[in-house]
Ligand binder design. Structure first.
Ligand SMILES: Nc1nc2c(c(=O)[nH]1)N[C@H]1C(S)=C(S)[C@@H](COP(=O)(O)O)O[C@H]1N2
Ligand SMILES: [Mo]
Length: 228
């Protein structure tokens, strides 16, 4: 079972080197190569204008336009296998217990942003009110940016440093980074960090997310996935 990370042995930061070595060695499958190409082709231009030169971030989208956040009408729906489905306003979400962290962010295509300061809510605090049923073992994250969807098992979502984040570097999350809320799971590659989260459904088991359908690993541990 690799739904939890292997014991930390110092090899978890090798994602980029291994990625490049794998490409150089011609070992990447055609399928995976296609996925990586699609990935790059959707990177936005002009990122430096939005985020400042050298921020290190690349902004990724799968749809033609990014969702807009309307603070008055936005709701986060929490449903599926729960006793009490929720519809949280932005202010209600912000009133939940807060947690903050400084963690690195890794995209599977090779770029990294170190020491990102995030603030948000831990999933146990978000889910407490909803009361997941015993048969619920995973979370389905539905983005307002269709058709982006991804999953974490409940065990993965309860690892340290996993957040539903609304703040980055002391400021409300920018639209480009998924406003108003995104998933942050630093031990997994960027594609598990769903932006513009609109709906979280408790499900019996994790399904296949957007990039996973295109050939990436479901258990996207940094430095350890897609056979590394
Ligand atoms: N809705 C949505 N979430 C997404 C993506 C996307 O295209 N759409 N791309 C993922 C990938 S592959 C990465 S590396 C990160 C990039 O985060 P950024 O756009 O804030 O830099 O977002 C992840 N979350
Ligand atoms: Mo990514």
């Amino acid at each position: 079972m690799d739904d939890l990370p292997a014991a930390q042995d110092g090899s978890r930061r090798i994602g980029r080197g291994v990625f490049l070595a794998t490409v150089a060695g011609g070992l990447s499958s055609l399928y995976w190569g296609k996925a990586a190409w699609g990935h790059v082709s959707h990177a936005l231009h002009g990122v430096d204008e939005v985020l400042g030169p050298g921020s290190g971030w690349r902004i990724y989208t799968v749809a033609a336009t990014m969702p807009t956040f309307d603070r008055a009408n936005w709701r986060l729906r929490v449903g599926g296998l729960v006793e009490h489905p929720l519809e949280l306003s932005y202010d209600e979400l912000r009133a939940l217990p807060q947690a903050s962290q400084v963690t690195d962010f890794h995209c599977v295509t090779g770029w990294t942003v170190d020491n990102v300061r995030w603030r948000g809510v831990r999933f146990k605090d978000l889910l407490a009110q909803a009361q997941p049923h015993p048969e619920a073992h995973a979370l389905e994250f539905v983005s307002a940016e269709q058709p982006y969807v991804d999953y974490l098992t409940l065990r993965q979502a309860s690892l340290p440093d996993v957040l539903l984040a609304w703040e980055m570097e002391g400021k409300p999350l920018l639209r480009e980074h998924g406003a108003p809320v995104r998933v942050v799971i630093p031990d997994m590659y960027g594609y598990k960090n769903v932006k513009w989260v609109a709906e979280i459904n408790l499900v019996a088991q994790a399904g296949s997310g957007y990039w996973e359908n295109l050939g990436y690993d479901r258990n996207a541990w940094v430095g350890r996935s897609n056979g590394y």
